[in-house]
Ligand binder design. Structure first.
Ligand code: UD1
Ligand code: CA
Length: 457
């Protein structure tokens, strides 16, 4: 098979998004649109991948990264889709084979359709093959105009006659082109249309007039070629991805109490017999084990959760690890780099940051534990605070295995509480407490007998 070159158009501003971000950086189910498209393109193992950037090109280049095996072609100004493809000429000069042209704003395209496009294009030895779809609401898309059953041209919504607007077969904006003669043909395209742009879609009529073979490939599921031009379409396309993800998870043995209000990103993994309640958001690169229960209104981002973990209502867990059998919340906040050991417990209104809790440790009520290493079976009483910040630097607190920290103690870091030691309730601990010792640091209580009566007199 001849070489495959992928070109992704992503230079447009996406005016209808009304956004400071380039359109293709908007996320669909937790992943930027451009990343969806680049990942799908990767399925073809192409010889080259070129991303055409323009509007806020820097942002897009930084996002994709310069080492990702992607060449960038800058289109400045953005004069339309034909003009955009022309910018890839320096990358493709002197090469031969097939160009697969993708739109950065068509994120749901499947690898299967791309393989089918390449196969159909190669089998027909076509100059161009256009992916099309039959849709209920063709508004906004280019329409496929056929003569005697064969594609004759594509007409854009704004340039279409009332009769052409009735056509329900639309242009998906995804094509295969023979590289031979492609750039010469693009140079013949004019911009006499409603938008004054150089339309790539005009290439079809150019090829047909030149008696070159143009084929079409109609996708079975029109959802996968939906373009995103507005925030409404962004939400619709995201819903399609989420629905597919939810169905995949349920088929693999995960219970979703209410799939309609469960928001799980595409890359998330969840084990069988885990139960997810309504209003749960699971984002990024998160892995959840088997037989867990995630109660309502929990958010988990980029975290690793073991088997049989319970996360009670209204917890936020970010960039953290929770080992098997642990229980969290309700109303707990695990900030990045928290590591909760096996069967440990983190209770109501507890915040952890850069903190390791050993196996079986408990922090059950109203605590802030930051920059701390807490050993196995440590019990941290209600209201305990690590004073980890002196206004300039963060300091470490170490609490060794089996220690007991009484309620409302403050541990002024850097400080260490030794193995099995006790800290008396209400203490402000500023020095290390040796193993097995009781640390007590509070003023002594005095009772003034009869004081109340004396005051009344
Ligand atoms: C385009 C097609 C339309 C098709 C639809 C499918 C044209 C003229 N029209 O319309 O037939 O039904 O896609 O989704 O091709 N871009 C550039 N540089 C530019 C202009 C656009 O890189 O100068 C990029 C955009 O960033 C976007 C893609 O090309 O990723 C499509 O552009 P857009 O303006 O969204 O075209 P549509 O109006 O959707
Ligand atoms: Ca579009």
């Amino acid at each position: 098979m001849s070489d495959v070159h992928v070109v992704v158009l992503a230079a447009g501003q996406g005016t209808r998004m009304k956004s400071a971000l380039p359109k293709v950086l908007h996320k669909v189910a937790g992943r930027a649109m451009v990343d969806h498209v680049l990942r799908t393109a990767g399925a073809l193992s192409p010889s080259t991948v070129t991303l055409v950037v323009g509007h806020k090109a820097e942002l897009l280049q930084d996002h994709v990264g310069r080492e990702a095996g992607v060449s960038f072609a800058v289109q400045q100004p953005q004069l339309g889709t034909a003009h955009a493809l022309q910018q890839a000429e320096p990358v493709l000069a002197g090469r031969s084979g097939t160009v697969i042209l993708l739109s950065g704003d068509v994120p749901l395209l499947s690898p299967e359709t791309l393989h089918a496009l390449l196969a159909a294009h190669t089998a027909a030895d076509a100059a161009a093959t256009v992916v099309t779809a039959e849709v209920e609401r063709p508004y906004g898309y280019g329409r496929i105009v056929r003569q005697d059953g064969e594609i004759a041209r594509i007409v854009e919504e704004r340039d279409a006659s009332p009769a052409e607007r009735q056509i329900r077969e639309i242009n998906a904006g995804i094509y295969a082109f023979d590289l031979a003669g492609l750039f010469d043909a693009l140079r013949t395209i004019a911009s006499q249309n409603a938008q004054g742009e150089f339309y790539l879609t005009d290439l079809i009529a150019v090829y047909r007039r030149g008696r070159r073979t143009v084929e079409t490939l109609k996708v079975r599921d029109p959802q996968e070629v939906r373009g995103v031009n507005s925030r409404t379409e962004l939400a619709e396309v995201s819903r399609i991805v989420r629905q597919a993800k939810n169905e995949e998870l349920m088929a693999a043995g995960v219970t979703l109490i209410d799939p309609a209000t469960t928001y799980i990103d595409r890359d998330v993994e969840i084990g069988a017999d885990t139960v997810i309640h309504p209003g749960v958001v699971i984002e990024g690169q998160t892995r959840i084990g088997a037989a867990c229960e995630i109660l309502a209104n929990v958010r988990i981002t980029d975290s690793e959760i073991g088997d049989r973990v319970t996360i009670n209502n209204f917890c936020v867990v970010i960039g953290s690890r929770i080992a098997q059998g642990a229980a969290i919340g309700p109303f707990a906040h695990l900030r990045p780099d928290s590591d909760v050991g096996e069967s440990a417990k983190v209770g109501n209104f507890v915040e952890l940051k850069k903190t390791t809790l050993g196996p079986g440790a408990k922090v059950n009520h109203l605590s802030y534990i930051g920059d701390a290493t807490v050993g196995a079976k440590v019990n941290i009483g209600a209201g305990v605070i690590t004073c980890n910040y002196d206004g300039e630097k963060k300091h470490q607190t170490v609490i060794e295995d089996g220690a007991f920290i009484g309620s409302d103690a403050q541990l002024v870091a850097p400080v260490r509480v030794g193995r099995g030691a006790f800290v008396a309730a209400g203490s402000s601990i500023t020095q290390d407490v040796p193993a097995g010792a009781l640390g007590i640091a509070r003023s002594r209580q005095i009772n003034l007998d009869g004081w109340v009566d004396r005051k009344k007199k």
